[in-house]
Write a protein that binds this ligand. Structure first.
Ligand code: PMP
Length: 355
């Protein structure tokens, strides 16, 4: 309805619109670290501009990316990238000039010690560290206790901007994303997905001091024909209003039901696998270990996972087709769906594991 009404008013103006300000107020109320923000057309654009802004602000060139995280398909971040890049064996994409990749330093998730050594070795050269606060693109990998706070401290110590890519986690883990849930503050936040309620969107935002560097106030350039698109903003506004009304409890408890149900099925079959996740995100890792970084995710049995995927498909359950993706629940999923999915998992696991 809201989209139909907006379509009659216009789908593109090519000029800033009031809706952007209204949406920015709404987003800021949940993400106080985003004092000012820009709306763009995708998560990819958001992280791309966030990096340029961090480089402009600090006058430094290098960035640190966490292995296995995925931030969109642009040169600086297609280095040890998760999601489809990992599934299709191209985590380091061809076509990325080595001079560009050389400015992207890599650190394992959940390892502050390794990061500390890396930052010491590149003192005063790193503009930003970018990560997903909960990795959703290499399966679902949770930050260990104190890890995100440790990132914050190390970034402060080295004068590095912390970019939290909340394209997945924003409005999903809580209205204020992982920053609200884990009590950590980003210097630059990127958003997407839920923010557009199914329409193309992205956003990046930060303190006034940092955002004042974006043109025309400052000299970091960003623009786009479809930036701040009214259709996306309307769809996003309605989605956020719905989430605000309904809250996250139902979603989160459905996630808990799924994770517990999968664990129970594995225990009953004496299989070592466990579901990992938080809130409405989960993945069943086919491993005997807790997956805490890209390395431990890559050692999981993806061949077996693909057989599980097929067996589930035959039972009417369509998962993302890789061990290195996350399953997401939506407000449309109910108890009956969870029960049916767990039952299908149990029977599919029995088939592929020969139990
Ligand atoms: N960041 C994260 C964490 C993502 O998961 C994705 C997409 N899966 C992106 C950025 C890129 O967003 P988009 O596909 O909208 O460009």
């Amino acid at each position: 309805m809201a989209l139909q009404a907006q379509a009659e008013l216009g789908t593109l103006y090519g000029a800033p619109i009031e809706l952007e300000a209204e949406m920015a107020d709404m987003v800021r109320s949940y993400f106080p670290s985003m004092e000012m923000m820009r709306f763009v057309s995708s998560g990819t654009e958001a992280t791309m501009h966030a990096l340029r802004l961090a480089r402009g602000f600090t006058g430094r060139k290098k960035i640190v990316k966490i292995e296995g995280a995925f931030h969109g398909a642009h040169d600086a971040l297609l280095v040890k990238a998760g999601s489809g890049a990992t599934t299709h064996c191209a985590p380091n994409s061809l076509g990325v000039p080595e001079e560009v990749a050389a400015n992207t330093l890599l650190a394992p998730f959940n390892d502050l010690h390794a990061l500390e050594n890396l930052l010491r070795a590149h003192r005063d050269q790193v503009a930003a560290l970018i990560t997903e606060p909960v990795i959703g693109n290499a399966g679902t990998i949770l930050p260990e206790e104190g890890y995100l706070q440790g990132l914050r401290e190390l970034c402060d110590l080295h004068g590095i901007l912390l970019i939290l890519d909340e394209v997945i986690t924003g409005f999903r883990l809580a209205m204020g994303g992982a920053q609200e849930l884990y009590g950590v503050r980003a210097d630059i936040t990127t958003l997407g997905k839920i923010l557009g309620g199914g329409m193309p969107i992205g956003a990046f935002g930060a303190s006034k001091e940092i955002m004042s560097l974006v043109s025309p106030l400052g000299k970091v350039y960003q623009a786009g024909t479809f930036s701040g698109n009214p259709m996306s903003l309307v769809a996003g506004r309605e989605t956020i209003r719905t989430l605000r009304r309904e809250g996250h409890e139902g979603l989160n408890s459905a996630g808990e039901v799924m994770r517990k149900g999968l664990d129970r099925a594995c225990v009953q079959m004496d299989l070592p696998y466990r579901a990992q996740g938080i809130g409405s995100m989960f993945q069943l890792f086919l491993s005997e270990w807790v997956v805490r970084d890209y390395g431990s995710a890559m050692r999981c049995d993806n061949k077996l996972f693909m057989r599980l995927f097929q067996a589930l498909l035959e039972r009417g359950i369509y998962l993302p087709a890789s061990q290195w993706e996350t399953n997401f629940l939506s407000t449309a999923h109910g108890d009956a769906d969870a029960r049916r999915t767990i039952e299908a998992f149990a029977s599919a696991l029995q088939e592929v594991s020969g139990r």
